[in-house]
Write a protein that binds this ligand. Structure first.
Ligand SMILES: CC(C)(COP(=O)(O)OP(=O)(O)OC[C@H]1O[C@@H](n2cnc3c(N)ncnc32)[C@H](O)[C@@H]1OP(=O)(O)O)[C@@H](O)C(=O)NCCC(=O)NCCS
Length: 193
């Protein structure tokens, strides 16, 4: 396990742990109904954003199973989104990625670029063997990110849970360490400290 030096730089983005100063930025998307449409929970109140920020700041590297690393994603000094790497299982070296960006910054490949950096961290720094991502089957922008990253669709669950009052559908994507080409030859890398 190699804890990275922050900030992490991709071609266009800077990723770093959240600080208290990020409340307004985080709240700017977490408070939007269109952003949380396919996420658990409703649009966050400022207090809920504070709780989430505190949880995010508590983990700057996933040292143990169950830790969730959340990084703020900056473009030209502005925080435009967040991306997560969850350490799901130590014995089986399993992890999960996630991402949420402000709608003003959708459609530029930033979520894909930031998520690629999280996959790289998961394999190269955390020593994971398999990384998954999941989303609502109707959240097409999200599963398109997974496909751009080269993740494989492993499952399409139907009615596996009641989501926001109706039967939901969930997609599971995954990538193995030997399926990941690394960042160097992708449009998103390389990753630098
Ligand atoms: C999921 C989410 C992050 C995806 O955002 P996105 O902007 O579609 O994804 P990206 O930042 O990777 O951008 C990809 C789009 O930019 C385009 N693009 C433009 N320049 C690009 C570049 N240099 N590289 C890659 N894609 C580029 C792609 O073609 C793609 O558009 P398309 O889907 O119409 O083909 C966003 O919809 C979101 O924040 N949703 C709310 C929260 C949420 O649901 N999160 C996921 C929970 S599972």
């Amino acid at each position: 396990m190699i804890k990275p030096d922050y900030p992490i730089r991709t071609r266009r983005l800077t990723l770093r742990p959240f600080t208290l100063d990020d409340h307004a930025a985080l709240h700017s998307w977490q408070s939007r109904p269109d952003v949380v449409r396919y996420l658990y929970g409703e649009a966050r109140t400022p207090e809920e954003t504070s709780e989430r920020l505190a949880r995010g700041m508590a983990v700057t590297w996933p040292e143990k199973e169950g830790d969730h690393l959340a990084l703020a994603v900056e473009k030209d000094g502005e925080v435009i989104g967040e991306t997560v790497l969850k350490y799901l299982n130590e014995a089986h070296r399993q992890g999960e990625i996630g991402y949420t960006f402000h709608p003003d910054h959708h459609g530029n490949g930033y979520a894909t670029e930031a998520a690629a950096a999280m996959i790289e961290l998961g394999f190269a720094n955390l020593g994971l063997h398999r990384i998954v991502a999941s989303c609502d089957a109707f959240n097409e922008p999200s599963w398109r990110v997974m496909e751009r990253l080269g993740m494989r669709r492993e499952a399409h669950f139907k009615h596996n849970e009641i989501f926001k009052g109706a039967w939901g559908e969930e997609l599971i994507y995954a990538i193995l360490e030997d399926e990941w080409p690394g960042m160097a030859d992708t449009p998103w890398g390389p990753v630098g400290g």
